[in-house]
Design a protein around this ligand. Structure first.
Ligand code: ZN
Length: 389
């Protein structure tokens, strides 16, 4: 059943977006400090904050922490009212749907999983609508109007269309419109790695860094780039895709149509394919390959090192081109990171140019629930942050 959206505090200016984001990620924070951090005058901060206060998204605390409506003293901290609105975030994987409900600060208030038995679009839409219904069965439903969805692949956020998702076998699926029809919620789609990067930018390793890259290793090799506080999408929505940087001339074919891409060498499937070839055991499982490599099987260790080398080359290309302060490496492949970390670091150190090599590599396991939280963060962002990149 369609829900009517509440009266919202409109983003009327980039200043409003900046003030809101500063309070969201760093608050409670005094208006004088918001002014200092954003370069706006105190008067401009007050003006930008007013519609958010009137709509109940921000509040002004007395210096002692009590609410002080209308007091308007520059030293009084501005704070988010996290329970003003809730957001649904869902990550779609090839096997299941992982959903959360978060508050305005992207703190998780409820979570649930649904297995996917098919990649048929109708099935996924229905399963996702059921999951959203389950998540919003209690009090949270009264103040939830927005759904953020994270999908792997080429996602057009503006039109709400999944252009190409190899793991789901989808091309040009108008997912946002279908989900809006099925749930009544306002839907924002985002590439899953970019969604995770938004959560990291606001609430994780990216806080305080003006630029950082997030790289995920696992079923695919994904990446997202935040520069000057903004996610880089590029004119075609696929900027920063190190998974499809070619690193081996004449290397294995990639599902994208290219050859020798990082993903064609270092994805879970690529590792397993080569491990089976090297061991001469076509039925070898990933678990066995990992266990034997850890046990010292040199040919299998070489397979993982080769994947690490490809990832290291991809990371160096990314860092040489964009120079982020740090690179966060995550994804389900991090569980076996011990098998490629040495090689990633060695290759990266050799290939990163000059002082770009000082870029920190941070390994951070992030469970799928964190990706769903990223999807919710994208829904929050779509409401409150004016896009500048
Ligand atoms: Zn490729």
């Amino acid at each position: 059943m369609p829900r009517s959206a509440p009266a919202r505090a409109p983003i009327t200016s980039p200043a409003a977006a900046t003030v809101f984001t500063t309070v969201l990620t760093e608050g409670p924070v005094a208006r004088v400090d918001v002014a200092r951090r954003t370069g706006l005058s105190s008067a401009a901060v007050t003006k930008a904050a007013r519609p958010f206060i009137e709509a109940g998204y921000l509040e002004e605390l007395a210096s002692g922490g009590r609410t002080a409506p209308g007091a308007g003293r520059p030293a009084n901290p501005l704070a988010i009212r996290p329970d003003r609105e809730y957001f649904v975030g869902v990550k779609i994987t090839g096997d299941d749907l992982i959903g959360v409900v978060t508050d305005l600060r992207a703190d998780v208030r409820a979570s649930a999983h649904h297995a996917l038995t098919s990649h048929d679009v109708g099935h996924v839409v229905q399963a996702l609508a059921d999951l959203a219904g389950e998540l919003l069965s209690g009090d949270l439903a009264e103040r939830a109007y927005c759904l953020g969805v994270a999908v792997s692949g080429d996602v057009d956020q503006t039109s709400g269309v999944v252009r190409y998702s190899p793991f789901l076998g989808w091309r040009d699926v108008p997912l946002a419109a279908l989900l809006h029809e099925a749930t009544g919620l306002t839907v924002t789609l985002e590439n899953d790695v970019k969604a995770l990067a938004v959560a990291e930018q606001w609430f994780g390793e990216g806080v305080g860094a003006s630029s950082f890259a997030l790289v995920t290793v696992g079923t695919g090799i994904g990446s997202a780039l935040v520069v000057n506080g903004g996610l880089i999408r590029g004119a075609h929505g696929v900027a920063g895709e190190i998974g499809h940087v070619p690193v081996a001339d004449g290397g294995p074919p990639c599902h994208c149509g290219g050859r020798g891409c990082v993903e064609a060498i270092a994805s879970t499937e690529a590792i397993l394919t080569l491990a089976r070839e090297v061991s001469g055991e076509p039925a070898l499982t990933m678990e066995d390959a990992v266990a034997r490599a850890r046990g010292g099987d040199e040919p299998l260790r070489g397979v993982f090192a080769g994947a690490g080398h490809a990832i290291g080359l991809g990371l160096a290309a990314l860092v040489n081109l964009f120079g982020p302060e740090r690179v966060v490496v995550s994804g389900e492949g991090v569980a076996t990171y011990d098998l490629f970390e040495d090689q990633i670091r060695r290759t990266f150190a050799v290939q990163a140019f000059g002082s770009a090599a000082r870029c920190g590599l941070v390994i951070r396991p992030l469970p799928f629930e964190e990706w769903a939280r990223g999807a919710a963060a994208v829904a929050i962002q779509s409401l409150f942050v004016a896009e500048s990149v």
